[in-house]
Design a binder for this molecule. Structure first.
Ligand code: PGA
Ligand code: ZN
Length: 421
C-alpha cells in the first residue's frame, strides 16, 4: 500500500513570481506534494538547479525539470516504498550520477525527495514531524527573525544580508512569535520616523529596507532600541547573516565594505566591536565561503555561535572538514543545497554528534508549503530561520504554532538553550 504508483510535477510560482517545481508522489495509502524553494544568495558549492534557459521567464522556467520528473524519475521509483526514504534518495542520486546533481537537476532531486517524505507521512497516517523524528520529536525551534534586510535580497544599501532578533527569553514558541511581532511593529514605526515612510518596504524575506541606511551598526542600534522600548531587553538577543561571500572580491582577496577594501582582520575587528556593543549571539557566514581558517579564528576569538551556510552548503563532507578545523559551532540546514532529505538529515546528525547546533533554514525563494516547519521539529533543531513577514514565511510560523498546540505539555521551546545540539 505504500509503494509508489506515480510521480508527477508541475511548474508553479514562488514568492518572487519565478517558476519552481511542485512534485506529487502517489501511493495507494496516501499522496505527498512538496514545493521546491530557491536561493538567490547561493553558495558556489550548492547543487545545480535545472532551469530551461532562453527568453521564457528570463530563462528561469522549469518545464524540462517537469519532464525529467515524469519521464526519467517516475519509472525508476514506481514500486518502491515511500517509507524507505533512504532507498528512494539513493535511487535518485544513482540516477543522477553527478556530484552537483547537474544531470537531473538539484530541484528535481529535492522536489521528489520531499514529496516522497510527505507521501510517507500521509501513507502512515502521521504528522510530518513525527514521520521525520519519531514519537519523541517535541522540540520547538527558536526563530531567528530577519527584521532588517540588506545584501542581495533587498533594495537597501546595507551590506549584511540579515539583521535578526532572537527571542531567547520567551517561554514558548507562541510567546516568541508574539514578542517578535511586537518588535517588528515597533521597529517599523521607528524606521518610518527616522528614515522615511518608504523604509517600511520589505525585502525577499519580509524584513524592512531602511532608506539611506548603509551601516550594520545603525541597523543593530535601531533594532535594539525597538526591543528596549518595549521593555524586552532581557528576552531578546541579536544575530546576523552577514553572507560575506557576496561582498568578497576573490580576485583582489578583500571585502568591499563601506566603500573600502577590508581584509579578514578588519572584519574580525568589526565583529568584536558589534559583540561589545550589543547582545549579539550568532553570526552566519561572517567570512567568505572558502575561508575555513578565518572561520576557525573567529570561532576561537568570539563567544558567539558561528553558523556555516555558504561555507557548508549542508554537505556532510564540507561539514566534516569544518568540524576538523573548528570552523564553526552551528550548521545552517537547507535541503536543496545538498539535494535529498537523507543527506540533509545526515548532515544534521553529524553536526549534533559533534556538538554543533542546527538551524533549519528557508530560501529567499519560497512557497507557502510548510514542510520546513515540520522538518525543524522532526530533526529536533533548536533554531529556525524563515524571514519574518510575507505569507510564505508566516505560514511556517502558523504551522509551528499548530504543532506546539498539538504537542501541548510535551512540547519544549529551546529558549536560551538554542545553541545546544
Ligand atoms: P538564499 O539566502 O536563500 O537566497 O540563499 C538565504 C541565506 O543566505 O541564508
Ligand atoms: Zn546565509
Amino acid at each position: 500500500m505504500t509503494d509508489i504508483v506515480g510521480v508527477r510535477a508541475r511548474e508553479i510560482l514562488d514568492n518572487r513570481l519565478e517558476p519552481t517545481l511542485r512534485v506529487t508522489v502517489e501511493t495507494p495509502a496516501g499522496t505527498g506534494t512538496a514545493d521546491v524553494p530557491a536561493g538567490r544568495s547561493r553558495g558556489t558549492r550548492e547543487a545545480v538547479e535545472a532551469r530551461d534557459g532562453g527568453g521564457r521567464y528570463r530563462g528561469r522556467g522549469v518545464r524540462t525539470a517537469v519532464s525529467t520528473v515524469e519521464d526519467r524519475v517516475a519509472p525508476e521509483l514506481r514500486g518502491r516504498s515511500v517509507t524507505d526514504q533512504r532507498a528512494v534518495d539513493r535511487a535518485l542520486l544513482e540516477l543522477d550520477g553527478t556530484a552537483d546533481l547537474s544531470d537531473l537537476g538539484g530541484n528535481v532531486v529535492t522536489g521528489v525527495s520531499l514529496a516522497c517524505l510527505k507521501a510517507g507521512a500521509a501513507a502512515t497516517g502521521r504528522p510530518l514531524y513525527r514521520h521525520v523524528g519519531g514519537a519523541t520529536a517535541a522540540r520547538l525551534p527558536v526563530p531567528f527573525l530577519d527584521m532588517i534586510e540588506g545584501g542581495e535580497l533587498s533594495g537597501s544599501d546595507l551590506p549584511f544580508q540579515e539583521h535578526q532578533a532572537v527571542p531567547v527569553g520567551a517561554d514558548s514558541f507562541a510567546e516568541a512569535i508574539r514578542m517578535g511581532a511586537e518588535v517588528y511593529y515597533e521597529l517599523g514605526d521607528a524606521l518610518a520616523d527616522s528614515y522615511g515612510q518608504a523604509s517600511r518596504n520589505v525585502g525577499d524575506e519580509g524584513g524592512y529596507n531602511p532608506v539611506g541606511m548603509g551601516d550594520p551598526r545603525e541597523a543593530f542600534a535601531c533594532l535594539w532600541e525597538a526591543i528596549e522600548e518595549l521593555g524586552y531587553g532581557d528576552s531578546f538577543a541579536l544575530a546576523a547573516d552577514v553572507a560575506a561571500t557576496h561582498f568578497y572580491d576573490s580576485d583582489a582577496g578583500c571585502y568591499d565594505l563601506f566603500g573600502e577594501r577590508l581584509g579578514r582582520e578588519d572584519l574580525l575587528a568589526l565583529y568584536e566591536e558589534l559583540v561589545g556593543a550589543y547582545p549579539l549571539v550568532s553570526l552566519e557566514d561572517p567570512l567568505h565561503e572558502e575561508d575555513f581558517a578565518g572561520f576557525a579564528e573567529l570561532a576561537d576569538r568570539l563567544d558567539v555561535q558561528v553558523v556555516g551556510d555558504d561555507l557548508f552548503v549542508t554537505d556532510p563532507h564540507r561539514l566534516e572538514r569544518g568540524i576538523e578545523r573548528g570552523a564553526a559551532t552551528a550548521l545552517l540546514l537547507k535541503v536543496n543545497q545538498v539535494g535529498t532529505v537523507t543527506e540533509a538529515s545526515e548532515a544534521a546528525r553529524l553536526a549534533t554528534r559533534n556538538g554543533y547546533a542546527v538551524q533549519v533554514s528557508e530560501r529567499s525563494g519560497q512557497t507557502p508549503d510548510t514542510w520546513l516547519a515540520d522538518l525543524a521539529v522532526g530533526l529536533g533543531a533548536g533554531q529556525i530561520k524563515t524571514g519574518v513577514t510575507r505569507g510564505e514565511r508566516t505560514e511556517q510560523y502558523n504551522r509551528l504554532l499548530a504543532i506546539e498546540d498539538e504537542l501541548g505539555a510535551n512540547g519544549t521551546y529551546g529558549a536560551d538553550g538554542f545553541a545546544e545540539p
